[in-house]
Design a protein. Structure first.
Length: 700
RNA sequence: GGAUCCAUAGCUCAGUUGGUUAGAGCGCGUCAUUGACAUUGACGAGGUCAGUGGUUCGAGUCCACUUGGGUCCACCA
C-alpha cells in the first residue's frame, strides 16, 4: 500500500465498479425487506450547490440498510423546475441579446429542453462524485411522458372530485415575468410607502396607492364606528382628478377604525382585502392596471403610464386640486415582491385553476397528527401543521411555457371547459389552455409517480417509502404538498418518516448565493479533500436539522481521518509481512469471544460489540453526528492510540486475528459514511470479499 | 403582530426520557517521535453551560421572565 491514501485514484474506479456490478439496485438483496428513499429531485437548470451534499445523509441510510440485507432503493431524478428554469434560461437569452418574445411557445420549450439536458449531465456527475449509491437504472425526470400522464390523471381525478375549480380571482402577478404566483412564492419586504390622506367627498381616507383610485367601486368603514355610521348604505359624491363620481359606502368588519382615518377605499380588482370586501357587498370589479403593469383606459389621460409613474402624476394633480389633506411621507409597509426578480407584485384579477385545499389539508393534518408520517426533528412537525392550518386555495396556473401544459380545453363557442388525461378532444372547437402547472403540483406527486412508472412492481413493493429526507426550507412548498397529494391519490401516505437537514452556509455563516458570489461547488472540495472527507465533515459535529457553516478545519480533520484509517491498514499489512503470513478474519464476534484465551482480546471484542450497538442505534434514530463522532473517537483514540500501540508487543497470532477482525468491523461501520476509502482499504487487505459495500452489517 | 429556534472552552459546534470531576475538532503550551501515520504520540492550560427566579434529593438538560441573535408566517388600507 502507498504511504498516503490517494482519493482521486480510488473514487472514480470504485464508483464505476459498483454501478457496473449492479450494487445500487435493490435486486442485490432480492429477499430483503423493502427500504426506499426517493432523492429530492434537484432543479435541472444548473450545477448542484453545496447544500445538496447534505444528501449524504440519505446515502448513509441507504448503504446501512443495504448492508443490513434490505432491498434498498434510492431513486434519482431531476425536476424541470418551471419558473426557476425559465428564469435562468431567460437570463441566458438576455445575456445573448435575445428575449423570450423572439420565440414561439413551441420554440422556447424546445430550447429550454436542450438547455436542461446539459444541466442534467452535470448534476448526475456531481451526485456520482459524492459517492451516492443511487439506482441510475430507475432515474426519472418530471417531464418524462409517463410521469406527465400520471400527473394529468391526478388533475382529472381532482377535477371530477370537485377539488379543482376555475375562478376569476386576484392572483399575485409579476408584470415583468408575465406570470402569476402562489401565495408561497411571494416574498414580503418592508418598504417606504407614503400614506396619502385623500378627500373623498365628505370623508377623508388614507391610502398608499392613490393610482388605484380609478378602480374604486366603494368606500368602507367599520360598522361600529360612530363617526361614520350615518354614511353606511349611502352613495356619496366625490371629486376626483377625472371629474365627479359617486361611491357607495359599506360597513365591513375588516376595516380597522384605528388605522388612518378609519375609512378605506375599496378597490376589489387590485387588493386582496378589498376583493373580499367587494364580494361581501356586491361591489363590481374594475381593473385599471393591465398585465403589462401599465394603467389601462379606465385611467383616462394616465393610460399607458406604469404604476409608479401614474402614482406620481396623480398625486401631483390631486395636490393641485387640493384633494390631498396631508401625506405621511415616512410610512413603512410590507409589499409583496416576486421572489425571482424582486418586482413589486400586482394583485390582478385573472381566471386561473385552483386547488380546493380543505379536504386535502385536513387529511394531511390527520396523518401527521396520527404519526402515520413522523417528522424529525420534532420541531418541524409544528411548523408543518401550522402552515397546513393556514393554507388557502392553491393557484396552480402559471403563464409560462416551461412546464406541463394544463390538460384543459375550452370550447370556443360555448366557453365550457373539458379536462382530459392529456389527449386532445375531438373537434376543432376545443382550444387548450396555454398555461402550465405550478412545478410543485407535479413534484408534489413525486413519490408515487416515480415508483408507478419505474420497474414493474416497484410501487407495490416500495410505497410508502421509508424516509423522505430534505432541507427544511422546502417543508411547505414540497413536503406538505406531497403529503396532501400522495395521500389523496393513493389512499396511503407517501412516506413513513420525514427527516430534515439544515442549510450549509459559507464559512462566515452567510447564506451561499450566486449573487453574493460565495457559492462553493462540491466538486472543488471533493477534488481537494476527497469525497469521503467532504461527506464526513458535513455529518460530524452537527446535529440533525441544524444549519452549519462550511468549515475548512473540519474538512481537513476529516481528510486526516481517512489517512489515519489508511495507515491502520498499512500497519496490519506490515505486521503480516513481518510474520510472513496473512492473518485471518473472523466475522463472528461471538465465535471470537468464545475462542479467545487472552483477557485483553476478550475486552477488545466487548468494546467492538458496544461500538456496533451504539453506532446502529444512532443511525436508527437519525443521530448521524453521534454515530460519526463515536466512530472517529473509537478508531483514532482507542483502536489506534491504545490497541495498536499495545499489540506492537504481542507475538500471539490469536491477538492479530482479533485485531484484524475488529478493524474490518470498523471499516464496515464506517462504510456508509466514507464509502470510498473503506472500499479501497478493504480491496487492498488480504482475504477480502467481493466488495465491502455488499458485506453484511456487523452484528454483536 | 404571531410562531419558532439559538445563546456551552479563543473559534466552530456536540451533549434525546434531568443523575457521578461538562465533551470534540481547530487553535494554544510543554515534551517526545520521522520503522503504520505528507506526521503522529503523551501531558497540559482554558467554561459561574447568556441573565434572574422557580420545580426537584439533584438542572447545561424542565418551567417562567429578561437580554441579545436568527428563521418562518401574517390581507393592516
Amino acid at each position: 500500500m502507498d504511504k498516503v491514501y490517494n482519493h482521486k485514484e480510488a473514487e472514480d474506479k470504485h464508483y464505476k465498479t459498483w454501478e457496473e456490478k449492479g450494487y445500487f439496485k435493490p435486486e442485490i438483496n432480492p429477499d430483503g425487506k423493502p427500504y426506499c428513499i426517493i432523492l429530492p429531485p434537484p432543479n435541472a437548470n444548473g450545477d448542484l450547490h453545496f447544500g445538496h451534499a447534505m444528501f449524504t445523509v440519505e446515502d448513509i441510510l441507504i448503504r446501512y440498510h443495504r448492508m443490513k440485507g434490505d432491498a434498498a432503493l434510492w431513486l434519482p431524478g431531476t425536476d424541470h423546475a418551471g419558473i426557476e428554469t425559465q428564469f435562468v434560461f431567460e437570463k441566458k437569452l438576455q445575456s445573448e441579446g435575445q428575449s423570450r418574445f423572439d420565440y414561439s411557445q413551441e420554440e422556447l420549450y424546445q430550447m429550454i429542453w436542450d438547455f436542461v439536458k446539459q444541466s442534467h449531465g452535470k448534476i448526475q456527475n456531481q451526485l456520482k462524485k459524492l459517492g451516492y449509491s443511487l439506482d441510475w437504472s430507475r432515474e426519472k425526470f418530471t417531464l418524462d411522458p409517463e410521469i406527465q400522464k400520471l400527473v394529468y390523471k391526478t388533475f382529472k381525478k381532482m377535477y371530477e372530485d370537485g377539488l379543482i375549480y376555475r375562478a376569476h380571482k386576484l392572483v399575485n402577478y409579476c408584470t415583468r415575468d408575465g406570470t402569476s404566483f402562489s401565495d408561497l412564492e411571494v416574498i414580503h419586504e418592508e418598504r417606504n410607502s407614503p400614506l396619502y390622506y385623500i378627500r373623498y367627498g365628505p370623508l377623508v381616507l388614507a391610502t398608499t396607492r392613490p393610482e388605484t383610485k380609478f378602480g374604486d367601486t366603494g368606500v368602507a368603514v367599520n360598522p361600529n364606528d360612530e363617526r361614520y355610521k350615518q354614511y353606511i348604505g349611502k352613495e356619496i359624491e366625490i371629486e376626483t382628478v377625472l371629474g365627479k363620481a359617486s361611491m357607495k359606502v359599506v360597513g365591513d368588519e375588516a376595516v380597522d377604525p384605528e388605522f388612518g382615518t378609519g375609512v378605506v377605499k375599496v378597490t376589489p380588482a387590485h387588493d386582496f382585502t378589498d376583493f373580499e370586501i367587494g364580494k361581501r357587498h356586491d361591489l363590481p370589479l374594475k381593473q385599471v392596471i393591465g398585465y403589462d403593469g401599465k394603467m389601462n383606459d379606465h385611467a383616462g389621460r394616465f393610460e399607458g403610464l406604469y404604476v409608479k409613474q401614474a402614482r406620481a402624476a396623480i398625486v401631483e394633480e390631486m395636490k393641485e386640486k387640493n384633494l390631498i389633506e396631508k401625506v405621511d411621507e415616512g410610512y413603512m409597509n410590507r409589499v409583496g415582491l416576486c421572489y425571482k426578480c424582486k418586482t413589486i407584485l400586482e394583485p390582478l384579477p385573472l381566471e386561473q385553476w385552483f386547488v380546493k385545499v380543505d379536504s386535502l389539508r385536513n387529511e394531511a393534518i390527520r396523518v401527521i397528527k396520527e404519526k402515520k408520517v413522523k417528522i424529525h426533528p420534532q420541531v418541524f412537525e409544528t411548523h408543518c401543521l401550522q402552515w397546513l392550518e393556514n393554507l388557502r386555495d392553491w393557484n396552480i396556473s402559471r403563464q409560462i411555457v416551461w412546464g406541463m401544459r394544463i390538460p384543459a380545453w375550452k370550447n370556443k363557442a360555448t366557453g365550457e371547459w373539458m379536462v382530459t388525461e392529456g389527449d386532445s378532444p375531438e373537434g376543432m372547437e376545443w382550444e387548450q389552455d396555454t398555461d402550465t402547472f405550478d412545478t410543485w403540483f407535479s413534484s408534489g406527486q413525486w413519490p408515487f409517480v416515480t415508483l408507478k412508472t419505474s420497474k414493474d412492481g416497484d410501487f407495490e413493493k416500495f410505497y410508502p417509502t421509508a424516509v423522505l429526507e430534505t432541507a427544511y426550507d422546502i417543508l411547505r412548498a414540497w413536503v406538505s404538498r406531497m403529503v396532501m397529494l400522495g395521500t389523496y391519490v393513493t389512499g396511503e401516505v407517501p412516506f413513513r418518516n420525514v427527516l430534515f437537514h439544515g442549510i450549509v452556509n459559507d464559512p462566515y455563516g452567510k447564506k451561499m448565493s450566486k449573487s453574493k458570489g460565495n457559492v462553493v461547488n462540491p466538486l472543488e472540495l471533493i477534488e481537494q479533500y476527497g469525497a469521503d472527507a467532504v461527506r464526513f465533515a458535513l455529518v460530524y459535529g452537527n446535529a440533525t436539522g441544524n444549519d452549519q457553516s462550511l468549515s475548512y478545519p473540519k474538512l481537513d480533520a476529516a481528510r486526516k481521518f481517512t489517512n489515519k484509517l489508511w495507515n491502520m491498514a498499512r500497519f496490519i499489512e506490515m505486521a503480516e509481512k513481518d510474520a510472513n503470513q496473512e492473518f485471518g478474519v473472523n466475522n463472528s464476534l461471538r465465535d471470537l469471544k468464545e475462542g479467545t484465551k487472552l483477557k485483553e482480546n476478550y475486552e477488545w471484542i466487548e468494546k467492538a460489540q458496544n461500538l456496533i450497538d451504539e453506532v446502529t442505534k444512532y443511525i436508527d434514530s437519525y443521530q448521524f453526528n453521534l454515530a460519526a463522532e463515536r466512530l472517529y473517537e473509537f478508531s483514532w483514540h482507542e483502536f489506534a492510540d491504545i490497541y495498536i500501540e499495545d499489540i506492537k508487543r504481542s507475538t500471539e497470532n490469536e491477538s492479530w486475528v482479533v485485531l484484524k477482525s475488529i478493524y474490518v468491523i470498523l471499516l464496515k461501520l464506517l462504510h456508509p459514511f466514507m464509502p470510498f476509502v473503506t472500499e479501497e482499504i478493504y480491496q487492498k487487505m488480504s482475504g477480502h470479499g467481493e466488495s465491502i459495500m455488499i458485506e453484511k452489517w456487523p452484528s454483536i
